[in-house]
Design a protein. Structure first.
Length: 384
């Protein structure tokens, strides 16, 4: 089988969608060495997946002439040059790995739809992304032989919104790598604490800081919990600053919270497992998600997880993360109370230890090899 994969979004600091594609490709190469993969990437792609393929590798990286951030050029090239490039490479199937397929399509194709946030919650996307996906998603889903989604939640949305037959939609969950595991080496952990200037005790958020992640709500709820219970903890926000966060610094100043709210910026893959291990708990209060990779990464690291009401997050956690409800009158009350109950140390307080065990048990089945196998099964159905 010779597969072409649209990797035009593989540039810059990776988000969850980019990490999912890169890690699935790595697992696919190992699991199916007889398949050939042509990966089309922008000029400024620098991995992962690995850059230099040896003679035995089944991954062929094909660079385009433009940079990834040139959205208009990227869209035009996908629409009018990607399919001819697939034919020149004699590919039998095209995988639109990030929401989109070419406008004119004759090659068998599948498309991955990671979420429908641009359509269901456009206020949490940039206007440009919402506009583009409003036009390209319906067309791509219509022409694809198979539609891949990461959760049953997203499958239900695709089926309902686009009247797609359920049998055409395959749920392919993301995985978590072996690098995310409990770390007992205190020397390594303390070196990471010094390198990233992390406090002794902290609550952790991981992800791009953007409106859909409810970062401002998390800051306000944490501030309220800390003031109410005199908690010794800090809040660490690990991720690059995304769009719509112009008021973040002002909010921290207004709360006079600079001493206990830390912004690390983007944390590279090598350091992330250490940061998870140093945290007392991980919080994901997102308004909307398609999957939520930090949930699995934290669980695999042995760190308890606290999530909100988003159905995709709850599906991923499968009861192994503690959940909080959004109050009818005060939307931050549930998160504040959950933080207080988990972080307060007194007789009768709720222990985080059982949630650690539940999380470690949950992630045993969530591997990138399984993701690769389910992806290839979708390829076979498309070609059949």
């Amino acid at each position: 089988m010779h597969i072409a994969i649209d990797g035009l979004h593989l540039f810059g600091a990776y988000s969850g969608v980019q990490h999912a594609l890169a890690r699935t490709l790595d697992a696919y190469q190992r699991r199916f060495p007889d398949d050939r993969v042509s990966l089309f990437v922008p000029r400024d792609f620098d991995g992962p997946p690995r850059l230099e393929a040896d003679e035995t590798s089944n991954l062929d990286i094909r660079r385009t002439w433009f940079r990834g951030r040139w959205r208009g050029v990227r869209t035009l090239w996908r629409n009018f040059r990607l399919q001819p490039a697939c034919y020149r490479q004699r590919c039998g199937l095209l995988h639109g790995a990030t929401y989109a397929l070419p406008a004119l399509l004759s090659i068998p194709a599948v498309v991955t739809v990671h979420d429908l946030i641009a359509l269901t919650h456009p206020q949490y996307c940039t206007p440009g992304s919402a506009k583009v996906q409003k036009h390209q998603l319906p067309r791509s889903i219509k022409v694809a032989r198979r539609v891949l989604v990461p959760t049953e939640t997203v499958k239900g949305q695709v089926v309902e919104r686009f009247k797609t037959p359920p049998e055409r939609v395959d749920v392919v969950p993301w995985g978590v790598g072996p690098e995310f595991a409990p770390i007992e080496d205190r020397t390594r952990l303390e070196e990471a604490r010094k390198q990233w200037r992390l406090p002794e005790r902290f609550v952790l958020f991981v992800g791009t800081l953007e409106p859909k992640k409810n970062v401002e709500g998390l800051i306000r709820a944490f501030f309220a919990a800390k003031m109410h219970r005199k908690l010794p903890h800090a809040l660490v926000l690990a991720g690059r600053l995304g769009w719509g966060m112009d008021n973040l610094d002002r909010l921290i100043r207004e709360l006079n919270a600079r001493d206990y709210i830390y912004l690390t910026g983007y944390v590279p893959d090598a350091a992330l497992p250490l940061v998870y291990n140093l945290a007392e708990c991980v919080v994901m209060p997102s308004h909307a998600e398609g999957f939520g990779m930090p949930v699995l990464e934290a669980m695999a690291s042995g760190t308890p997880v606290l999530i909100g009401a988003d159905p995709a997050l709850r599906e991923v956690a499968q009861g192994a993360a503690r959940t909080f409800e959004v109050g009818p009158h005060n939307p931050l009350q549930g998160l504040r109370e959950a933080l207080e109950e988990w972080l307060e140390e007194k007789e009768g307080s709720i222990s985080r230890a059982p949630w650690r065990a539940k999380g470690l048990a949950r992630v045993r089945e969530m591997t990138w090899t399984r993701t690769a196998e389910l992806t290839r099964a979708s390829y076979e159905r498309a070609l059949a």
